[in-house]
Ligand binder design. Structure first.
Ligand code: LLP
Length: 451
């Protein structure tokens, strides 16, 4: 509501540091990550799932999905809270390794891992590689032989359950690139078990992202457990990995199920299905990213220009009324947050540097890129006296903003700052003009075409 939006405006502090102090010291746009918040979300997920699993005589392991946001520092927070790390490329693996994460607590994903990525993962001693196609069984076995190791693997399957944010859909046909058909689980398990250098851990399924309810997870788990039970005839199946995807609130319109409730419902569904099948509850694993780091992050921007645009809004009795919408342009945009342009994602905004008594005004927060879809916040309210030089905070940008960032229009990527207990420290520095030019062969003096 307008009142709620106004109440949130003011001199905002994140992790005990004022927005003004952060902007003055590190510049804008700026990603700010609240370490206490990220760590406590990691602990909450770990503890809640562990307690629920223990209730049904099992255990639960949490992999932090690094794709949401990964830096050496963040990998250390997660490992420090007892989480494992899920990586999906050689680059993410390099960050986790550089962070000193115990390789046994790293899992590697990907539908097209290169031979080099597989080799590096096996030689580093990663705990698990997720098999996504038949050819990977051979590739991982070959790498394991070469390094004289036994590599644990799981198989990513399609449960046929698709979560579309607020609801889910169960279909019989799969037309997407990830995983293998559920009815192929047995042949994959057999192929893996035929290789002495591979150890079969079980099945994996990820049904989607930004999911609010438990129904999709419950349906997917039920389908997976049928296949899981059938595999028990051929040997041990120690684990079941149900993926990530727990949703967060980006605006007041979002109402995700609290994590404790979600975990209880998922574990109840798993236990119920196991009882029906007459099998022991396997050790469970999950891979949340967004629900750990999403709300721990915020982006600070500085307002550059403002213009009033007359828009026609639907009024009473089918009539339309003109309303003024302020286009408030900030010093970043789709290069630091691609989600509105990519997914139509919605965010909210707050005035961050001062308290204002002015009436609320309808605003749209635009970026500075040469593209009309470059919008950070579609519609929200700010005090009508918002002016150039003001600082704005956009909450809940911790997940899939920095990791999806680009240099579009040759903007440098913002710095990332961690805040905790009134202290701020740089964890990734801002890109400079030199960074932007450094790979240009003509700039560095190398001859174009040398490679
Ligand atoms: N596990 C697997 C195999 C995944 O593919 C993903 C996300 C996750 C775990 C973590 O999902 P989370 O808990 O963070 O929802 N760029 C999109 C989201 C893409 C998610 C890709 N996979 C966005 O910004 O909404």
């Amino acid at each position: 509501s307008r009142t709620a939006a106004r109440a949130a405006d003011g001199e905002i502090e994140i992790g005990g540091v004022s927005a003004g102090a952060l902007a003055a010291r590190f510049g804008t746009p700026l990603y700010v990550v609240d370490e206490t918040d990220a760590r406590s979300r990691a602990r909450e997920l770990r503890d809640v799932f562990a307690a629920e699993a223990a209730r049904v005589g099992s255990s639960a392991k949490i992999y932090y999905a690094g794709k949401a946001f990964l830096s050496i520092e963040v990998a250390r927070w997660m490992a420090g809270e007892g989480l494992s790390i899920d990586v999906c490329s050689g680059g993410e693996l390099a960050v986790a390794v550089a962070a000193g994460v115990d390789p046994a607590r790293i899992g590697l994903h990907g539908n097209n891992k290169s031979l080099a990525e597989i080799d590096r993962a096996v030689s580093a001693g990663v705990g698990v590689i997720v098999i996504d196609s038949a050819i990977e069984v051979e590739r991982v076995a070959e790498a394991a032989r070469r390094h004289g190791r036994v590599q644990s693997v799981r198989v990513r399957v399609n449960s046929g359950v698709h979560a579309h944010t607020h609801d889910f859909l169960a279909t019989a046909h799969e037309d997407q690139k990830f995983g293998v058909r559920l009815d192929q689980a047995e042949e994959f398990a057999e192929a893996i078990r035929s290789h002495p250098e591979l150890h079969f851990l079980g099945l994996h399924c990820h049904i989607g992202s930004q999911i609010f309810g438990s129904e999709g997870f419950a349906e997917s788990a039920a389908r997976l457990l049928d296949a899981h039970a059938a595999l028990l005839g051929g040997g041990e199946v120690p684990e079941l990995n149900l993926g990530g995807g727990f949703g967060i609130a980006y605006t007041t319109a979002d109402d995700p199920t609290p994590i404790a409730e979600l975990a209880a419902a998922i574990v109840d569904a798993v236990a119920g299905e196991c009882a029906r099948l007459g099998i022991p509850v396997p050790a469970l694993a999950f891979e949340p990213g967004r629900s750990i780091i999403g709300t721990a992050g915020a982006t600070l921007y500085e307002v550059g220009t403002i213009k009033d645009v007359l828009v026609s809004v639907p009024g009473e009795n089918g009539a339309h009324a003109d309303e003024v919408r302020k286009y408030v342009s900030v010093d970043g945009g789709m290069s630091d947050n691609a989600r509105p342009a990519l997914y139509g994602a919605d965010y909210s905004v707050r005035l961050a540097n001062r308290v204002s008594d002015a009436d609320p005004a309808l605003v749209r927060i635009a970026g500075k890129h040469c593209e009309s879809g470059d919008i950070v916040v579609q519609a929200d309210y700010l005090p009508s006296d918002v002016q150039p030089g003001d600082l704005l905070a956009v909450p809940a940008t911790g997940a899939y903003c920095w990791s999806l960032s680009s240099n579009y229009n040759y903007l440098g990527r913002p710095a990332v700052v961690a805040v905790e207990g009134g202290q701020a420290r740089l964890i990734v520095r801002r890109e400079t003009e030199h960074d932007l030019l450094a790979r240009d062969a003509a700039y560095t003096g190398e001859r174009v075409g040398d490679q």
